[in-house]
Design a protein around this ligand. Sequence first.
Ligand code: SF4
Ligand code: FES
Length: 364
Amino acid sequence: MADEKKLFKVTIDNITIEVEAGTSILNAARKIGGDVTPPAMCYYTRLKGSGGKCRTCLVEVSAGSTADPRPMPKLVASCRTNVMDGMVVKNITSERVLEARKGVVELLLINHPLDCPICDQAGECHLQDLSYDHGAEGTRYEFPRRTFEKHALGPYIQLHMTRCILCYRCVYAADQLTNKRVHGVLDRGDHSEIATYIEKSLDNDFIGNVIDVCPVGALTDKTFRFKNRVWFLKPEDAHRDCPKCSGKVTLWYRGDEVFRVTARKDQWGEVEEWICNECRFEKKKTSDWVIDGPTKVSRHSVISANHYVDVKKPHEALPEVMGGRQPRLLMDIHTVSEVNKPDIDLSKINGPAHSNDFKNGSQK
Ligand code: SF4
Ligand code: FES
C-alpha cells in the first residue's frame, strides 16, 4: 500500500526491533527501554531543534546498515542520528561509549558546583543521576570555576547560572511556547550564559515551563525553593478547568500542604503537556484542583521511595509468631528522639509528616 510506513530493523545492545524510517537511534532505544536507552541531557521530545549539544547520548554504530555494513569511525550522538535498515548499535555493551561518557560527565561537571545538599533540584537532577551512573570519582580540573553576575529572571524563576550546562532546552521552550522570547544564550565558549536580554522580566504565561525542562538546578521555582526536599513530598496527579492550558498537573504534597505544582512528566522525565503560570504558581490549594490519584514515578527515582502504587503488602506473620501476645517495646523512639510533638506518633499519622508535626514547627 502506498501509505504504508517503511520499517527499518535496528539492533541495539543485541536487541532487535523495527522502527519507522526517520526514527533517531535514541528514540529506537527508548522503544526498547531500560539500560539500553542512552541518557539524554539536551534532547527533549516536545522541543523542536533540541539535541546535539551535550553528547551524553553518544553510541557506537558497529554496522551502518545492511547496504553498507561498515562501522561508523566515531561515536555518534544518538539523538541526532537516524537509524538505517540493518544498523547495529552498541550502547552499554561498548567500552568506548562508557569511557567517552565518563569524559562527557567530567566535562559537564567542570563548572558545575557540587552544591547538591542545598540545590532544589537534588533528587530529580538528571546530572546527579548521570554522574552516579557514568561519572569518574574525581576531576582533573584545577582551575577556578566560572562565576557570574546575578540575573533577575522575573518574579517566579531563579537562575543559578553556575549550575547551567548550556543544554539550550529553556531557550527552545521560551522560543516555542511564548510569543515574546526575552531570554537566550549570550556570548560564546566559556563565556556563554543564559540571560534575559538587558534583564527583561520573563512574564509570559507559559514561561514557567523552563523550570521543568531544565535538567539541572539552574532554573528553579521561586515559590518553592528551599521550602522542602523533593523526596519528602508526595506527588499526586490533579487537574482543573483552565482556560489557558490543559490544566493537567502534578501537585507535590507534604501532609496536606501543596508545596509546588509542576507539569506531569513521562518516564524519560519530559513534560507531557505544558502548563501555564497560573496553574503552576498561583494554585497551591487542594480546593483549586480535582485529584486524579498518586503520580506514577519511575522506580529509579528517589521520589518513588515509599510511594509505590498497587503494591501488595507482604503477609504479616508477627501475630501468628507471637500467638496472640503483643510485642513488648523496649524503647519508644518518639520519646527518645524528641523530634515530634509529644501527642503525635509519626508512625500513626495519615500520610507523610508535615512541618506542624515537628517540634518548633520544623524537622530537627
Ligand atoms: S538554564 Fe537549564 S535548561 Fe537552560 S540551558 Fe542551562 S541547563 Fe539547560
Ligand atoms: S541528548 Fe544527544 S547530544 Fe544531548
